[in-house]
Design a protein around this ligand. Structure first.
Ligand code: ADP
Length: 380
């Protein structure tokens, strides 16, 4: 087992393309950290640096406290699992599992013991005599995991290991991987572009954008306390609604101005004072889809126009555009329970709970995550 430290890591590829900028992260022994971000943000580059397949341009990379910048890949005691599982097609499952051990010249009895351990761990017992082409996608993925595990690595690196599987299987294998990693306690970095996968698997999730770490936090924290507009707009399905807004003072408290619309905010005193400091600033306001509802009266809430409705059975995702804002008007998605019929072009009024607003400054950094900030004040 081992910890991992990225210390001020820069990666510039030959030709001058800088893929990683001053990356800092400490992964504890036995922790599972999911690296997530859009395609091209540098996730695979970080894995390849860790595996020793690429060289670090600046900074120090440590495994178990030891600097490994110049250590060859085979001496780093880690195993990688990729999306294309790379099993040997002409070897049975058993031979595929044994092969990495035979390459290490382990005694036959030890090879037998480790193969059996992995077969039991991953329920591969019935499949040992089959060839890869006689397996389903999910089974092949499990064998690939087994082949990585059998070497008893200190660190597991997984690069989009489920992206070749269909959606239902992905959810199933994701649960299996989570359970397996819990049981083995191997320090793991799991790379994915899918925020749902990152959020369900990671002890912590590290969100990246264009080569820079944006935020690293446990899943719930990331959801409730995004540090900037990028993280707010990336995490969640659908993600947080974001729109330009300003705060203004009124006789009865504060209001939020969005284009031509004004929305009175019912705010607890604890928030009112701090929010007054931001009057007139060009803010980005955020609200999660589950905190938007249909307003009770025609006078309340925000006026918006329906552009689409996704009927999912247990809920309806209502896509609307805010009225009276300069084009392109921001879309607001509301998560409503049950099936609610809507027509495209229909006018609706959306109410939002002010104490669930998130406000970001002109630099994109968070000013407040209202609900989380309130909770902190109430329970010190
Ligand atoms: P991700 O895994 O998040 O999709 P990558 O780590 O693959 O992102 O890529 C990060 C950036 O580095 C991208 O801009 C990509 O084009 C660039 N890149 C990746 N590999 C190389 C390479 N061998 N040479 C030059 N640029 C590369």
């Amino acid at each position: 087992m081992a910890s991992i430290d990225f210390e001020h890591i820069d990666k510039i590829y030959p030709g001058g393309n800088q893929a990683i900028f001053d990356y800092n992260l400490a992964v504890a022994d036995g922790e599972l950290v999911a690296f997530v971000g859009p395609s091209g943000c540098g996730k695979s580059t970080l894995l390849r640096l860790l595996a020793g397949l690429e060289t670090v341009t600046r900074g120090t990379l440590r495994i178990g406290g030891q600097a490994v910048n110049t250590l060859p890949p085979q001496q780093r005691n880690l195993a990688m699992v990729f999306q294309d599982y790379a099993l040997y097609p002409h070897m049975t499952v058993r031979r595929n599992l044994e092969f990495p051990l035979q390459m290490r010249d382990l005694p036959t009895a030890e090879i037998g013991r480790l193969t059996q351990w992995v077969a039991d761990l991953l329920s591969l017992g019935d499949l040992l005599d089959r060839l890869p082409r006689q397996l389903s996608g999910g089974q092949r993925q499990r064998v690939a995991m087994g082949r990585a595990l059998v070497r008893q690595p200190a660190i597991f690196l997984m690069d989009e290991p489920l992206s070749n599987l269909d959606a239902r299987l992905r959810v199933q294998i994701r649960a299996e991987i989570g359970e397996l990693l819990d049981r083995t306690g191997i320090t793991t970095i799991y790379v994915t572009h899918d925020q749902a996968e990152a959020m369900t698997l990671g002890d912590r999730v590290a969100v990246m954008d264009r080569g820079r770490l944006q935020q690293v936090a446990p899943p719930q924290d990331l959801y409730e306390r995004p540090v900037n507009v990028f993280v707010a707009g990336f995490i969640g399905n659908p993600p947080m609604n974001l729109f330009p807004a300003q705060l203004a003072d009124t006789d009865s408290g504060l209001s939020l101005h969005l284009g031509e619309q004004r929305l009175s905010l019912l705010l607890p005193d604890a928030l009112l004072t701090s929010w007054r400091a931001w009057l007139g600033d060009s803010l980005t306001a955020g609200i999660r889809p589950e905190h938007l509802h249909l307003a009770d009266t025609d006078a309340a809430g925000l006026s918006a126009t329906v552009v689409d409705a996704e009927y999912l059975g247990h809920e309806t995702l209502l896509h609307t555009r805010i009225d009276g804002m300069t084009a392109p008007a921001p879309t607001l998605i509301a998560r409503l329970t049950g099936i609610r019929p809507f027509a495209k072009g229909q006018s609706v009024r959306l109410a939002l709970a002010a104490d669930h607003l998130h406000l970001f400054g002109p630099d994109g950094r968070v000013r407040t995550n209202a609900a989380a900030d309130l909770a902190t004040r109430i329970s010190p």
